[in-house]
Design a protein around this ligand. Structure first.
Ligand SMILES: [Zn+2]
Length: 233
């Protein structure tokens, strides 16, 4: 992910941050014990909209130390209900496990449900997917954008937390671009492996082929699930 032009190095960023107009503010912080150990829970508010962000973090951050980080977009169905239509829940839990194992890292939880269209529209899109549309076609049939998410403020939050050198847990090129554009250095891309549920493969294939996500779907997995994929069309 080094093809993106960087506007500054990690060492320059501290100074740049103090001069740059802040668009988020840290407003609350507490401890959060979880099944994966204790984390810090930090609340941010946007100064330019009514958006709120939640960070789950562990450890003390030092600018020079490469640190695990993820920008996670809220997915009620995947994160809470364990949906196998998408890989969100699996990615969130795997990211938390990796951070717990390293005793250091942060996840910015961005509350943009359904790639920004909201939960009700997401259910409407799922209904169209039940009839055969893929994740992009469903949004288009509803007259909604495919992806409304923006990540600039998430990158700002990572910087505000004190992270400068990032081991980014993502396969979404837009998140890499946002982090690098903000001036943070991505020193490593950390893949989050997912289990290939039958209902997940078509969604991942659409994200890979039409949205540019860096997802490796083993050919034999796709072949195994082809009957299921055909069935839903
Ligand atoms: Zn999801």
């Amino acid at each position: 992910m080094t093809q993106t032009t960087r506007i500054g190095t990690a060492s320059h960023l501290g100074h740049a941050l103090s001069e740059r107009r802040r668009t988020v503010e840290r407003v609350a912080e507490a401890r959060l014990p979880t099944e994966m150990g204790e984390f810090r829970l930090i609340g941010y508010r946007s100064k330019t909209s009514n958006e709120e962000f939640v960070v789950i973090a562990k450890g003390r951050f030092r600018a020079e130390r490469p640190t695990l980080a993820r920008i996670h977009s809220q997915c009620l169905t995947g994160d809470v209900f364990g949906s196998t239509k998408c890989d969100c829940g699996q990615q969130l839990k795997t990211a938390m496990r990796l951070i717990a194992a390293e005793k250091s890292g942060a996840i910015v939880y961005q509350q943009q449900e359904g790639r920004g269209i909201g939960i009700i529209n997401k259910i409407r899109a799922y209904a169209l997917q039940d009839k055969g549309a893929d994740t992009i076609e469903a949004n288009e049939q509803l007259g909604l954008p495919v992806d409304l998410r923006r990540y600039e403020q998430c990158a700002e939050i990572l910087a505000d937390l004190g992270l400068r050198r990032i081991k980014l847990m993502s396969n979404n090129p837009k998140k890499f671009e946002a982090v690098e554009r903000f001036g943070l250095e991505i020193v490593e891309s950390v893949p989050l492996p997912v289990n290939f549920h039958k209902t997940l493969v078509r969604y991942l294939k659409t994200k890979r082929d039409q949205m540019g996500h860096l997802i490796n779907i083993p050919e034999e997995i796709y072949e195994q699930t082809r009957s299921c994929v055909v069935q839903t069309v």
